[in-house]
Design a protein around this ligand. Structure first.
Ligand SMILES: CC(C)(COP(=O)(O)OP(=O)(O)OC[C@H]1O[C@@H](n2cnc3c(N)ncnc32)[C@H](O)[C@@H]1OP(=O)(O)O)[C@@H](O)C(=O)NCCC(=O)NCCS
Length: 330
């Protein structure tokens, strides 16, 4: 039987309507547009409506990806939602999305928490499950309502995050040499304390005390995360290139996790690539965690930044600290 490859058949994204600018933020906390732009490259982010949950955004992005792929929900037999902001701790947001989209009951549906690396983890799992032959077509979604877990009084974190969703349809192709060529996943579990929501899980269930401490919000040691982010993303990029005998300059476009423009610039410098080889939209969305790469991927395709035959490198890091990279030939 000829070798078959896993390919991205379509992409889709959704961003909520409401724009929160740096000027808006400077009315909430002691900060300024100049400071935020200089330290992060972010100008504005999108914020979901009060009655808009992660699944609502996931459904929009999923529908758009299905339409782009020329596929229908009844073909999907695997649905993965990467998120750290599920609608509820239980059940999985993927099951809510399944029902809303009309994905068949025979489909495997689950959420995945690898924080900002969640989409790359999801892509890798989808490819493995499709490659096994037990599944035929997957919908992989990254969706987040980070505004619901951000402490809007903490100027060290609230500037960074935003809401949104991105999705891809993954299928098999008989065409050789295209599609998902490889992935490299990992985690540095000794650093779980650098970026976390301390309460609301089994270690510290939500209580009046935990709420008074603000422990149901994101807590982050920004400087330490910054340094590890650069190191881990550079490592994940180098490793996957080496595994496939490629030099960095053979990559047509790098789509990095959109956390901070300075992190992206540092990686470009270490990989000795011009910054314009990196797709950047962090200025408009901030960090949307697992939605960041699929939103960027969709925009990169729509704006013609991805060309047939070229290689795209996805690279991310996130709470955990998880990290990952993926190589795709179009
Ligand atoms: C959060 C981040 C932008 C802060 O930038 P930084 O250059 O590290 O800034 P620092 O935290 O060292 O703060 C420098 C100064 O600015 C102040 N400051 C912090 N946030 C501020 C804000 N929003 N506005 C104005 N001043 C601020 C600090 O109080 C500090 O003042 P001091 O020197 O008097 O103590 C940066 O650390 C970062 O992006 N880290 C990575 C975060 C990340 O990517 N997380 C997601 C992982 S998926």
């Amino acid at each position: 039987m000829p070798a078959r490859s896993t390919v991205i058949l379509g992409t889709g994204a959704y961003a909520p309507e409401r724009v929160l600018t740096n000027h808006d933020l400077s009315r909430l906390v002691d900060t300024s547009d100049e400071w935020i732009r200089a330290r992060s490259g972010i100008r504005e982010r999108r914020i979901a409506a009060a009655d808009e949950a992660t699944s609502d955004m996931a459904v929009h992005a999923g529908r758009r990806a299905l339409a782009d792929a020329g596929a229908v929900a009844s073909e999907i037999d695997l649905l993965i939602v990467a998120t750290v902001t599920p609608d509820h701790p239980m059940p999985a947001t993927a099951c809510i999305v399944q029902h809303r989209l009309g994905v068949p009951t025979q489909a495997a549906c689950f959420d995945l928490n690898a924080a900002c690396s969640g989409f790359i983890y999801g892509l890798d799992i989808a490819c493995a499950m499709l490659g096994s032959g037990r599944h035929k077509k997957a919908l992989v979604i990254g969706a987040e309502k980070l505004s619901s877990i951000v402490d809007w009084k903490d100027r060290g974190t609230c500037l960074l995050f935003g809401d949104g969703a991105g999705a891809v349809v993954v299928g098999m192709s008989a065409k050789p040499g295209i599609g998902l060529i490889g992935t490299r996943l990992g985690a540095l579990g000794e650093n779980t304390g650098l970026l976390q929501i301390p309460a609301g899980g089994s270690r510290t269930p939500t209580s009046p005390k935990s709420i008074a401490r603000g422990d149901h919000f994101i807590k982050m040691k920004g400087k330490e995360v910054f340094k590890l982010a650069v190191r881990l993303m550079e490592e994940a990029a180098r490793d996957i290139l080496e595994q496939h005998g490629l030099a960095a300059n053979q990559i047509g476009l790098v789509i990095p996790h959109q956390a901070n423009l300075r992190i992206i610039e540092a990686i470009a410098q270490y990989l000795e690539l011009p910054v314009d080889r990196f797709f950047v939209n962090v200025d408009r969305y901030g960090n949307t965690s697992s939605a960041s790469i699929p939103i960027a991927l969709d925009e990169a395709r729509l704006t013609g930044r991805i060309k047939p035959g070229e290689l795209t490198l996805l690279v991310a890091f996130g709470a955990g600290l998880t990290y990952g990279s993926a190589l795709i030939r179009w």
